[in-house]
Ligand binder design. Sequence first.
Ligand SMILES: [Zn+2]
Ligand SMILES: [Zn+2]
Length: 332
Amino acid sequence: MSRKVFRTVFLLICAVHLSCMAGEQALRDIPSDRIHEVRIIRILDPRLPRLSDSEFNDMLRHLQAYIKEYLGYDARFTRVPDIDLLRFRQDMAFIENLDDMKVLKQGLLDITTDTDRRRLRDYIRTLVHRTDKKILASYVPDYAAHKDPRRLAEHLYTRYVAKLQAIQGIRTADGTALHSSAYKDTLTYPFWEMALRHLQKADFVFTNTIMADAETDIPIYVVLRYGITTGMVTGNNHTSYKGAGIMFTFPFLSQDKFFVKERKEQIPGAEKARVIALYSTHEFGHLLNHFKDYYDHRNCIMVPANDLNYYRWYRERRECRCTLTHEKLQSF
Ligand SMILES: [Zn+2]
Ligand SMILES: [Zn+2]
């Protein structure tokens, strides 16, 4: 998934002539006849479960094979030393003062306040209103019970707030809540969007935390997943790919009852590394192939999961492959 990509599609439509004026260059195709070195960093929240070193190395081996199989690229990974999440946040403290951060934070909502809950409710109403009924019918699991747009919006809003609150309140290994004050920012889109844009020492991040927040300007499938983002890719002028990506592994690894229930199917221990590797391949489809997200392709690596049943998503993509054409993004 990439909510960034969703935004980009809309921004592109409005900004094609602007980008010409500004001299911005479209993404150049990455040649597939050579080996591409990808620098990988792990950013770790010590309170949360993570893949062991051997599981992580296994995952990278599967990822390398999947990137070749699904995307046609030969990737070689080099590891940058792991970093503690709070240390990383401290190193990236400068992003807080950048103008782009201020813009992104305007859309970030604090669901503990009445004002922001109202903004979220209004946003979801508008979003439901402007989303094609066919997309709603195929994406909203209990759509038949909520066909009236106003009732559907109310249902999605109520569920969003309740489930996001449940996620934020999850107890971690040291007894603190997932969104305790030191870590609050590290669960949000503005933090990771800006951190990825300004990351210099790696091209791709694996972090064992989660991105789960409330915002205006999110696509319908993020509303359906109560603000959870599994992974994303965004522009970065420091990397040779002109972009950087991230995967959040908490939704795959958390044994909290909330996630056990939301995943519906247990991911068998022996397949955990493969499931994470295949979902990461989706993000590499953005980073290397510049593919956009699709919603109506069957068994397609470029269709993001519409719920947290990652094991089903994985099985469907291992069963067979999508043979349809995939358009390329002009920018991340
Ligand atoms: Zn995506
Ligand atoms: Zn496809």
